[in-house]
Design a protein. Structure first.
Length: 295
């Protein structure tokens, strides 16, 4: 495959992945609008996702098998951690728009950078400082448009809290990944997340399977288009583009969420939200860029 062809196909796969991830909050909102609790929607999403991935892993042969200790670790940390950050992020939809959630959650590369600096894995140079400043300025611009004494403040806190959790989760998952295939670790993570949400929906007494056709449609779309397939598309794009280009192309994700929220949920898209989101996306691009040395 020629370089130009690899770039085109890699960009296409990455955009497909971004469109899937961008639809998470939209499809979740559509499902909860039918009367389902958030814990029930997520229980079905991750249970069905786990079934698909376990079936995929079972149909393939891998060089080595994961031992029980690491498998349990992936279910507890990978699955439990994923469940916590996803539930925290999507809970904010009760208070803020899908667009604002997307942009605020997209501050997670900033939190990853801060975690790496705290671990002394990376240093805080001028490029990172400028990215941090842009990210926080964008957040302040969006939050400044809200009534900080109202329920919206709770939504902002949940969205930023989820981004901070993801900032810790990514380095942890990278450390745990080692040389295991992504599909294997993803399968165990989905099992852990499914168990977490099944327990939660059982505790609050909301779990059920007698749902309307629109509810089932939203959950199935959420499972396939926004959970299983984006992970595959993202990896296919990553293998063709490399991490930096993939990360930069992925910055279309919050803008896609904003457009979907306006089109599907009829949520307002304010200039302050777009301006603040643009600043956050610019910060992500700066964080992912590398200076080129001239010989």
């Amino acid at each position: 495959m020629h370089d130009s062809e690899r770039l085109r196909s890699g960009t296409g796969y990455t955009l497909l992945a971004a469109s899937g991830f961008a639809a998470v909050s939209i499809l979740t909102s559509l499902a909860t609008r039918t009367g389902l609790s958030l814990s029930t929607v997520l229980a079905w999403r991750y249970t069905l996702g786990a079934v698909v991935l376990v079936t995929w892993v079972g149909a393939h042969t891998y060089p080595k098998r994961m031992g029980p200790r690491e498998a349990i670790l992936w279910m507890l940390v990978g699955g439990g951690g994923q469940a916590l950050l996803v539930y925290t992020a999507l809970s904010s939809l009760a208070y803020i728009s899908a667009a604002m959630l997307a942009f605020l959650f997209y501050t997670y590369p900033t939190w990853v950078a801060l975690v790496q600096v705290a671990r002394r894995a990376e240093r805080l140079d001028a490029r990172r400082l400028s990215a941090l400043a842009l990210s926080f300025a964008g957040t302040a611009l969006m939050v400044g448009a809200l009534d900080l004494h109202g329920a919206a403040l709770k939504g902002v806190a949940l969205a930023i809290g989820a981004a901070m959790l993801y900032g810790v989760f990514i380095p942890t998952a990278q450390w745990m990944q080692k040389d295991w295939p992504v599909t294997v670790t993803s399968a165990y993570s989905k099992i852990g997340a499914a168990l977490s949400f099944l327990v939660l929906s059982g505790i609050d007494g909301s779990f059920g399977y007698a749902m309307t056709a629109p509810a089932w449609g939203a959950i199935i779309a959420l499972t396939l288009w926004s959970t299983v397939l984006p992970g595959v598309f993202f990896m296919m794009g990553l293998m063709r583009l490399g991490p930096v280009r993939t990360a930069i192309v992925s910055t279309v994700e919050p803008f896609l969420t904003a457009l979907l929220g306006a089109a599907v949920l009829d949520q307002p898209l304010t200039p302050r939200t777009l301006a603040g989101g643009a600043a956050i996306v610019a910060a992500v691009i700066i964080l992912q860029s590398r200076r080129t040395r001239v010989a």
